[in-house]
Design a protein around this ligand. Structure first.
Ligand code: NAP
Ligand code: GLV
Length: 306
């Protein structure tokens, strides 16, 4: 079999080596214009030319969970799209979200400021019941995050497209459940895929429905958030703060107000990083399963866009 690799912003060498080790006997190639037709592709945000030159792929493996960049391209009609399904990202996302939540609720930034002034002073303890956490997206990552947050005994609820039953999580679904979900949340975590239905979902209207003193943790995609609406609600005092890991333009431009806003923390799209060895092992297992005609997890439904 021929496997072609084409990933922007990614050093190809270690991936080619890892794929070669996991798929011995197969031809592993770095794509360049004119590379012959391959059986499978391993990609991250490839150029349109790559897809146009590889119309006969049996499968395209995306080396991340989100496929929004791929869905903007003209894809070969018959090719299966497969995303990374956890691959070590769920536990990272759980630790990142719990860190942001605890940092906010326990006022750890305030204690750090006190430390810088050599000040020993206690803040009034906050009750976790006053910080119900709402998780938008109850897929592979959202469910793992919900479990982790519930472990720290915060009230947890989730929202998804289709109804779910998850122990310890109050589940809402569909448009009908969205208003109730927002009204019952003070901390909002976004773990939705970016699709036409979810673009701009965190806007003035939805964020105004959060409980007063709300806190936003966006670890999905920058396109979910309307930047100026967040800033307006932080400045009005309805929202207390935001931890943002993803942005409409990445890297976040130097002049963007998020960098300097006192109630916003910025991290460089690092909440859950693709783990190369684990992802390559997953891709190799899935290629073998597809070759045997077996189903695999993480196949993207093109109609839904995730
Ligand atoms: P997933 O397993 O596909 O889960 C997506 C969840 O979103 C599902 O529960 C789905 O509902 C729900 N959903 C989709 N459209 C919806 C809508 N219109 N209304 C309500 N719920 C909707 O995806 P995942 O693996 O958890 O990953 C989620 C996203 O995280 C990725 O798409 C990616 O953008 C982002 N991500 C970010 C990082 C980072 O480092 N910042 C790393 C990895 C992933 P159903 O269950 O009903 O289908
Ligand atoms: C990272 O953002 C991913 O989608 O895996």
């Amino acid at each position: 079999m021929r496997i072609v690799f084409c990933a922007s912003d990614t050093k190809p060498g270690p991936w080619l080596e890892a794929l070669g080790a996991a798929l011995p006997g197969d031809t592993i190639e770095l794509w360049q214009p004119g590379t012959p037709q391959a059986d499978y592709a391993v990609v991250w945000s490839p150029p349109q030319q790559f897809l146009d030159e590889q119309p006969g792929l049996k499968g395209i493996f995306n080396i991340g969970a989100g496929v929004d960049a791929l869905m903007k391209l003209r894809l070969p009609a018959e090719t299966r799209l497969v995303r990374i399904d956890d691959g070590g990202m769920a536990v990272q996302m759980a630790e990142f979200v719990c860190h942001a939540l605890v940092r906010h609720v326990r006022e750890l930034d305030g204690y750090e400021q006190d430390r810088q002034q050599g000040k020993w002073s206690f803040r009034k303890p906050r009750l976790r019941q006053d910080y119900p956490v709402g998780i938008m997206g109850l897929g592979v990552l959202g469910q793992r995050v919900a479990q982790a947050v519930a472990h720290f005994e915060f009230p947890v609820q989730g929202w998804s497209r289709t109804p779910k039953q998850i122990p310890g999580v109050r589940c809402h679904s569909g448009q009908a459940g969205f208003t109730e979900f927002l009204a019952a949340s003070r901390v909002l975590v976004c773990l939705l895929p970016l699709t036409p239905d979810t673009e701009g979902i965190m806007n003035r209207e939805s964020l105004s429905r959060l409980q007063p003193g709300g806190y936003v943790i966006n670890v999905a995609r920058g396109g979910h958030l309307v930047d100026e609406d967040l800033i307006a609600l932080l400045d009005s005092g309805h929202l207390a703060g935001a931890a943002l890991d993803v942005f409409r333009t990445e890297p976040l431009p130097a002049a963007h107000p998020f960098w300097r806003h006192p109630k916003i923390t910025v991290t460089p799209h690092t909440s859950a990083r693709t783990q190369r060895e684990e992802s390559v092992a997953q891709i190799a297992r899935k290629i073998h399963a597809l070759e045997r005609g077996e189903p695999v997890a993480g196949v993207v439904d093109r109609e839904r866009g995730y």
